[in-house]
Design a protein around this ligand. Structure first.
Ligand code: AQP
Length: 334
């Protein structure tokens, strides 16, 4: 039976990229499977790079509020933070023994984040994909909605599952399916069309935060880097224009229209017309979410209660799968 798992790191505030590439997709998918989906706040992934403890607590709760404000119903899913379900870390240790150093070293996220000084990066950052495989496989999840940047990690998850099954001669872990669809699988920075929009980009101008007010959203889109040409008549005409294409993709994802429909409506428009239209649309879609997030954040105890309940639901699935894994590997347990 299909089961959905996905997660987001509380490594900063949510961006429009996280919303369109991940959360909105989670909401769309929440009624597509019989099994309740698992939506996780991956706090143990976040600490692979330094996080201020107080900020981490705040960002974890704010991310929970973001999920719910965008329409995730904690009654129909398991919404929880990773560290509340110790099975993730326990399974990750087993996978650390399955995954090979060479596989990890080839991950582009590792290379990007470790940068030139890999010697100084944390061991956790290197092992990140093994924990991610554990997040997914500890539930025997099959469907994993993510943005384009996570594709390589999901392929590694398949490699880990296949090697485990092969080494122990079992058909235990399923082959997962990445779900990377729609116009928003890779939203780019507003300052640089070759970089993805990211929570941890030092420039706040590079991204739209879900907590930005109408004024900030309008200003950021107005100042977004573009070329001077007006929009072409068809989407194909954007193939060599990454910044312009990015803004069209954002418009399409926010409006729920296909990219060709956006071009039919706005083809030929100059930036003086298209940018304000985009800003208005973004404000219309995001303002209710940020208002609801602020309302939910006023009661952190309630958020903690929801996360704790979500973790109980998740553990009910994870515990027996971890126990079977231990049995397969030969680890004695009670
Ligand atoms: N720019 C993006 N466009 C589309 N999808 C995106 N995602 C992230 N950025 C974009 C998707 O959001 C989910 C959660 O991502 P994450 O928080 O686990 O880590 P990330 O991909 O590393 O995101 P950030 O925002 O760039 O965080 P930092 O700066 O901490 O690394 C994933 O499904 C991701 O694909």
């Amino acid at each position: 039976t299909p089961r959905i798992f996905s997660g987001i790191q509380p490594s900063g505030g949510l961006t429009l990229g996280n919303y369109l590439g991940a959360i909105q997709r989670f909401v769309d998918m929440q009624d597509t499977t019989e099994e309740p989906p698992l939506y996780c706040i991956v706090d143990q992934h976040a600490i692979t790079v330094w996080q201020d403890p107080e900020a981490l607590r705040h960002n974890t709760r704010e991310l929970a509020a973001g999920y719910m404000a965008a329409g995730l119903d904690p009654a129909r899913s398991a919404l929880f933070n990773q560290s509340r379900v110790p099975e993730h870390a326990q399974m990750a240790w087993v996978f650390n023994t399955v995954a090979r150093m060479g596989w990890m070293g080839r991950m582009t996220q590792w290379k990007d984040k470790a940068g030139k000084n890999a010697e100084a990066a944390s061991l956790g950052l290197f092992a990140y994909p093994a924990l991610m495989a554990a997040d997914i496989l500890t539930y025997h999840a099959t469907q994993v909605p993510v943005g384009e940047d996570q594709k390589q990690h999901l392929e590694l998850t398949r490699d880990i599952a296949a090697k485990f099954n092969h080494d122990y001669g079992v058909e235990f872990f399923p082959m997962i399916e990445p779900v990377i669809e729609g116009p928003a699988t890779r939203i780019m920075s507003l300052r640089d069309g070759s970089k993805k929009m990211s929570k941890s980009d030092p420039s706040d101008q590079s991204r739209i935060n879900l907590t930005d007010d109408a004024d900030a959203i309008s200003k950021k889109f107005r100042k977004a880097r573009t070329d001077p040409e007006p929009l072409p008549e068809s989407y194909e005409g954007l193939s060599e224009r990454p910044e312009a294409r990015n803004l069209v993709n954002i418009y399409a994802a926010l409006s729920g229209q296909g990219v060709e429909a956006v071009m039919a409506e706005h083809g030929g428009a100059g930036w003086g017309q298209f940018k304000p239209a985009l800003a208005d649309l973004a404000v219309e879609k995001l303002a209710p979410i940020s208002t609801e997030m602020a309302r939910l954040m006023a009661d952190p105890a309630e958020i903690d209660r929801i996360l704790s309940q979500g973790a109980q639901k998740a553990r009910a699935i994870a515990t027996p799968i971890l126990e079977q894994t231990y049995d397969i590997v030969g680890l004695l347990r009670d």
